[in-house]
Design a protein around this ligand. Structure first.
Ligand SMILES: Nc1nc2c(c(=O)[nH]1)N[C@H]1C(S)=C(S)[C@@H](COP(=O)(O)O)O[C@H]1N2
Ligand SMILES: [Mo]
Length: 315
């Protein structure tokens, strides 16, 4: 499944050597003023986990999307409905940032993200494909930790069947939240089996650095086999619940944004065909893969679903 002959070979060695060069830089204190792109840890944050070590199990035969594209073409409706909200998102204060994990767990907790990173044993880097239902896609190196590490930390009760995620609510900082036809805050949900899947990732960084606000700082979900709207940004709360949570988009348009939302080239969205995709910064469209190419890791979770559910993304 990783072997997609039609795509250009991975420039991963290039990416890696850049990473290594950055690591060396991070160790010294020589003049760095001329550089525009290097880990924030260079600035002397002793608690920083950056740059992260790459987990080579998760790599992709696709070119890494240019950092500038992935960090300036973003969907973050709290800051407006255009793709160009990155300057506005900069006003969000992400330090300190408390995350509450509650509901059907033995050890509920409210914890600062940096303390959480220590508890879950730091971060790693993974390259994933990422596919929006609008039919654009990117390939980016996320850093963070497997979502399942949270489960061992809070110990879900057997009655916990789903996870419900919630984004911050602060209309003074996020003008999109003044638009009251959206049922803010942004909410998303997954099953507990999906949360235990190896691919489910809580990202705190991208391109070897802490997430810029527009990509969901300080911590966001990344589910590479699902459409991008499931990968909720700037999370303040994770609740373990017994009923299927309803996402914000599902609440507004249930026929367009269903609970499962697994990438499927054969099921068109009412407004966008899903058969091909436009990679950011790449000229030619490419065919979209079932489960975004992650079927061998995730398909077994959906075998028991009714065929209609299994084949439909939007219910
Ligand atoms: N809180 C919040 N999370 C969100 C969104 C949003 O508007 N608000 N947009 C979603 C959509 S539609 C996509 S495609 C991805 C985009 O992630 P990116 O901007 O980092 O590429 O974030 C998802 N998470
Ligand atoms: Mo999206």
């Amino acid at each position: 499944m990783w072997d997609l002959k039609d795509f250009q070979t991975t420039p991963e060695h290039i990416f890696k050597s850049r990473r290594q060069a950055l690591k060396k830089l991070a160790g010294g204190s020589i003049a760095l003023a001329g550089l525009t792109s290097f880990p924030s840890s260079v600035f002397g944050n002793a608690n920083s986990f950056y740059p992260p070590v790459s987990n080579t199990l998760y790599k992709v035969n696709r070119e890494i999307t240019e950092e500038k594209l992935a960090t300036t073409y973003t969907n973050f409706y709290e800051f407006g409905s255009s793709k160009n909200i990155w300057r506005r998102a900069a006003f969000l204060k992400t330090k300190p940032w408390m995350l509450t994990i509650d509901g059907l767990v033995k050890k509920p907790v409210t914890i600062d993200i940096s303390d959480l990173l220590k508890k879950v044993g730091g971060i790693e880097e993974r390259v994933y494909r990422f596919r929006c239902v609008e039919a654009w896609s990117m390939t980016v190196p996320w850093s963070g930790f497997p979502l399942k590490n949270i489960l061992s930390f809070v110990e879900p009760k057997t009655s916990a069947k789903f996870l419900r995620f919630e984004t911050f609510f602060d209309p003074d900082v996020a003008p999109g939240q003044k638009q009251n036809w959206y049922p803010w805050p942004y909410v998303e949900g997954i099953t507990i089996d999906e949360a235990k899947n190896d691919l489910s990732f809580l990202a705190t960084g991208i391109y070897g650095k802490e997430l810029p606000n527009q990509n969901g700082a300080p911590c966001r979900l990344v589910l590479p086999w699902k459409y991008g709207f499931k990968s909720i940004k700037s999370i303040v709360k994770i609740s373990f619940v017994d009923k299927k949570p309803q996402g914000m988009w599902e609440r507004i348009a249930p026929l367009e944004y269903g609970f499962w939302a697994n990438v499927n080239p054969n099921v068109p969205h009412p407004r966008w065909s899903q058969s091909t995709e436009q990679q950011l910064g790449v000229d030619n469209r490419v065919p979209t893969m079932i489960y975004n190419g992650y079927g061998s890791e995730v398909a077994s979770m959906y075998n028991a679903l009714q065929p209609t559910l299994k084949n439909s993304l939007f219910r």
